[in-house]
Ligand binder design. Sequence first.
Ligand SMILES: NC(=O)c1ccc[n+]([C@@H]2O[C@H](COP(=O)([O-])OP(=O)(O)OC[C@H]3O[C@@H](n4cnc5c(N)ncnc54)[C@H](O)[C@@H]3O)[C@@H](O)[C@H]2O)c1
Length: 329
Amino acid sequence: MNVLVIGGAGYIGSHCVRQLQAAGHRPVVLDNLVYGHRQAVASDVAFYEGNLGDIPTVEKILRDEQIELVMHFAAFAYVGESVQEPLKYYENNLAAPIRLLQAMRNAGVTKFVFSSTCATFGIPEKMPITEDLPQRPINPYGQTKLDFENTLKACAHAYGLSFAAFRYFNAAGAAEDGAIGEDHDPESHLIPLAVFAAQGKRDKLTVFGTDYPTPDGTCLRDYIHVDDLSRAHIAVFDKLSEPGTGLFYNLGTGKPTSVLEIINAVEKVTGLKVPYVTGDRRAGDPPALYADSSKAKNELGWEPKFMDIEGIIATAWKWHQSHPDGYDA
Ligand SMILES: NC(=O)c1ccc[n+]([C@@H]2O[C@H](COP(=O)([O-])OP(=O)(O)OC[C@H]3O[C@@H](n4cnc5c(N)ncnc54)[C@H](O)[C@@H]3O)[C@@H](O)[C@H]2O)c1
């Protein structure tokens, strides 16, 4: 299948591009490189630098490359910034993707896979999080993702769009061969921050909140390997043949891991000490967030390969060791 991967130079998108190639598909990348890295995409993959909201450009790529399915990874994802600058998020995460759907309609492309997030659930009333729990986002980032999920539903109903929306929990790790990995600037994710602190590249890590109602008092999150996420995106292809299909899946391992457990695991994998200080709770951080992914397992035959946090961190460590300055090395 010819697949347009929008945001394919970013963290998760670049891993999916490689998984698509490994599965015998032909990925084509569109990325405006606002956050992505050209080096994250192999030279044998067609690459277009541009904005997903630019209808004529997207329409031309869809036609020229005979695209059959669009994967949309491109979004802004800094929760705090979304509170400070909501218009930036409503433009890039909602208005621009609506124009993308218009370009797809113009070009007659009807299959779509979307990177959604557990942030659409806000502070859930129970754990683990199943797909049918109420979605009540608590910040503009989560709201824009939910609004776009609803836009997809309406387009499936009205125009016969077939889509799958995957709500990721915490993406982590890197390609097993260490060739590509996570390189966000600024970095906000716990595992790379813990690795940088261990390497002495950053200040001490701050553990926000040690008095949560969890076994060790720190927040519990669900870390899912980036290649496991990517494999789910490919496993759903067969389900999208029927026009008007709309599918939602929560993707995680279902295993809650605390901040202190991450620190211990990073220390074990790297053999380095992670210096950290403790701080107050951050507003809007729920004590625990973890997925029930049985729907994806049952319907897609998908199973995370990486169930063990040390195994996930080992792949991240391989990437950080071989790319000490990320893609800028
Ligand atoms: N990283 C996580 O843990 C996580 C968790 C839940 C959901 N998600 C979602 O997964 C997706 C990918 O996340 P990521 O961590 O790989 O992010 P990322 O920033 O590494 O990748 C996003 C890519 O999209 C590109 N991009 C952004 N806006 C664009 C536009 N208007 N036109 C073209 N390209 C554009 C960026 O340059 C970047 O390469 C995002 O939609 C994010 O909301 C990520």
